[in-house]
Design a protein around this ligand. Structure first.
Ligand SMILES: Cc1cc2nc3c(=O)[nH]c(=O)nc-3n(C[C@H](O)[C@H](O)[C@H](O)COP(=O)(O)OP(=O)(O)OC[C@H]3O[C@@H](n4cnc5c(N)ncnc54)[C@H](O)[C@@H]3O)c2cc1C
Length: 338
């Protein structure tokens, strides 16, 4: 394998019915920086039964090229057709790197694609930097329960493949490039090569489809909450601020919320404009998921709580009293009394 035969940074754009996973847009934005730093082109790859809407949205992220594959076999993500299509594309175009969102589907696709191409895959990177000395990408990811950051390098094979957690990077829409190239590739996968079939989608009970990783405001509640009877001031605060409730792992373990609301290393990485953490100690496995937040406020009755170390504003006090006071203050402001 000759490394220099491989060129360009690819982003696999995950979409369904034109709705793009937010992480794919984040990766186009970060991929732009990566491509510029290594002097290569940024290429978005869109696969689906419908691709027009997704291609239009991706254009705005400033990619140099979009390669799209259209066909009924791609209507829903299943492993076989997507891996076959991506493998064929990579074999034909030889990208130097493929960035994939660490969604359930992305985590399924990346290692299988890497295995087919006999190359390496890094899971859950939180930093991707081109190293000009080695001309490889340094993929940094939390390891050993989040207690250390490991840098992984795929220095012998190409393409360098990796998944990146949603909300690790910010989205940017610099606009469509005037010389954008749109390329259609016809790849049809015979039905006998597709081993699984989607019969139906069943929504989680109580799932309204909103995603905590896309919320602008997250009111995060920790083990200071002893029962769901105590949740109302926090829910009310979230509602008043147009935000969502997030939780630490102990609350998921107790069955108060599903893992979709868990923030942290084994939950969701979030990057809201405002994060307020109530009754959260600040274990690394939790704080690993909040560091992209623009403003971090922590409320804890222990003045030595670790979470204060990464907070912009630290409030030492009882979480229930502070949440109720904030609710009253916001209501008063809305009614013009303050
Ligand atoms: C491999 C691995 C992965 C993990 N992944 C995650 C993850 O993704 N997300 C996650 O959150 N955790 C994760 N954990 C668990 C993590 O290590 C911590 O155990 C967890 O984050 C602690 O949650 P907590 O801060 O809510 O609880 P605690 O550590 O019990 O802290 C509760 C805090 O509430 C404060 N408090 C109590 N009552 C009040 C009150 N009335 N007012 C104000 N403050 C009060 C206390 O002072 C304390 O600081 C993981 C662990 C492992 C080993």
């Amino acid at each position: 394998m000759v490394k220099t035969d491989y060129k360009n940074i690819w982003v696999y754009v995950e979409q369904k019915g034109g709705e793009i996973e937010s992480v794919s847009l984040e990766l186009c934005s970060e991929g732009r920086k990566l491509a510029d730093s290594c002097g290569e082109r940024l290429v978005a790859v869109v696969i689906g039964a419908q691709t027009d809407t997704a291609c239009s949205s991706v254009e705005e992220t400033g990619v140099d090229e979009i390669i799209y594959v259209k066909g009924d076999e791609y209507a829903n993500y299943t492993t076989d057709p997507y891996v076959i299509a991506m493998t064929k594309l990579c074999e034909k175009y030889k990208p130097s790197a493929v960035l994939i969102g660490a969604t359930s589907n992305g985590r399924d696709l990346a290692p299988r694609l890497a295995a087919r191409l006999r190359t390496g895959s890094t899971a859950d990177a939180t930093e991707i930097i081109f190293n000009p000395e080695t001309e490889d990408i340094d993929w940094t990811k939390p390891s050993f329960g989040g207690n250390l950051m490991a840098t992984i390098v795929c220095n012998k094979t190409r393409p360098q493949i990796g998944t990146v957690r949603p909300a690790t990077f910010k989205r940017a829409f610099p606009g469509k490039k005037s010389d954008l190239i749109l390329t259609r590739e016809d790849i049809s996968v015979p039905s006998e090569e597709i081993r699984t079939r989607v019969l139906e989608f069943i929504k989680d009970e109580g799932d309204d489809g909103s995603k905590i990783e896309e919320a602008d405001v997250v009111i995060c509640v920790g083990a200071g909450l002893k029962s769901m009877d105590q949740i109302s001031p926090f829910q009310e605060l979230a509602d008043l601020l147009g935000g969502m409730i997030g939780v630490t792992r102990p609350l998921v373990d107790k069955g108060f919320y599903t893992v979709k609301r868990q923030v942290g290393q084994s939950g969701k990485i979030i990057g809201p404009k405002l994060y307020i953490g109530f009754g959260i100690s600040g274990a690394i496995q939790h704080t690993a998921g909040i560091t992209s937040s623009e403003v971090i406020v922590a409320v804890n009755n222990n003045p030595n709580a670790k979470i204060f170390g990464c907070a912009h504003y630290a409030v030492v006090g009882d979480m229930f009293e502070v949440a109720s006071a904030l609710v009253e203050e916001l209501k008063a402001r809305r009614n013009g009394k303050s």
